[in-house]
Design a binder for this molecule. Sequence first.
Ligand SMILES: [Zn+2]
Ligand SMILES: [Zn+2]
Length: 143
Amino acid sequence: MVNEIEELRELLKTVGLRCTTARLSVMRELRNTSGPASHADLADTLVPQGFDKATIYRNLMDLTDCGLVSRSELGDHVWRFELRDPNSDSDIEHPHFVCVDCGSVVCLKEIEFPAATRRKWSSAGSVTEVLLKGHCTDCETAS
Ligand SMILES: [Zn+2]
Ligand SMILES: [Zn+2]
């Protein structure tokens, strides 16, 4: 646990953000969630710990601005946040799979796009999000 905090402190230091309890808690929470989390998801966990929603939001924005957190909009007008890989040089880190039935989101981290593919994309415009849609395993077995 101590190591984790140290690691997060280091990350904050590299981007020049002050290390506050709220900021660390937001980052830890993002790290502990398996997929991207919305502001509401984070508030559900962090408000009971004594942080207010505005503080959580402001910290998410700060972390997004300095590139530690990525923000995606997956077609439902909800911003979702997740920690970025600080070593990644790309805006698009990985695609997301969204279940059209229950709205659950899964990160597909093992899919990578070669530089040639990304270059091709740029002829279409600036791609900010890669989205796959379908029925998650839970929903599929339920139907
Ligand atoms: Zn589903
Ligand atoms: Zn993701």
